[in-house]
Design a protein around this ligand. Sequence first.
Ligand SMILES: N[C@@H](CCC(=O)N[C@@H](CS)C(=O)NCC(=O)O)C(=O)O
Length: 206
Amino acid sequence: MDRLHYHPLSPYSRKAYVAGLMRGEPFERAVIELGSGALQRPEFLAISPFGKMPVLETAEGPIIESTSIIEHWEDRGPRKLLPAGRELTARHFDRVGDLYLVDPVAALWWEAEGETAKNAPQTARRAWRLFEKQLSGRPFVAGDAFSLGDLGASIATDYFVRLGVEAPAAIRGWCERCFAVPEMKRALEEALPFVERLHPSARARA
Ligand SMILES: N[C@@H](CCC(=O)N[C@@H](CS)C(=O)NCC(=O)O)C(=O)O
């Protein structure tokens, strides 16, 4: 059985975790202990050589990179996050979301003094403009259904808002729709205790 190494707080982990839940098939979960040095232990580096989560152990070997994990599952079926005919749109917004929302919010969260963190709100606002344009007349970026294109971007947007970066109304509405997906809601609820512990003010802004 596939085994996902992840932490509920990590947005990239959460992408893979939500995708796993949406499949409706069992998978093993190994929660990484934050701040324990677990990511740099030889046994972890053997499956994730860059010391990053998530990583999925499969019968064919480990898969790193959140999107690749999701693609592995989508390829095996059932297809949940890459809608037929809208796949390229979903993939495009997944990439934009990772680069211009997830990476910046992670910098803001962990290294608030760095250059990426300083530019993070501006980068997010530019990304949100792209999402807003795509969302005009559609509930989700690839059409009527929640897809890979919404996944990481909405998780990161929720973190931005919790950290006090105001998102436009249309983006907040889209985010609400994303978090109404039961698996998104469940994964957020599992992350919130850690959010509260690490950034007590973030919970208050939620
Ligand atoms: N591109 C990777 C990014 C993974 C990543 O940066 N994960 C973060 C947690 S959200 C991590 O493991 N950081 C630990 C570190 O860099 O030491 C993916 O999509 O999986």
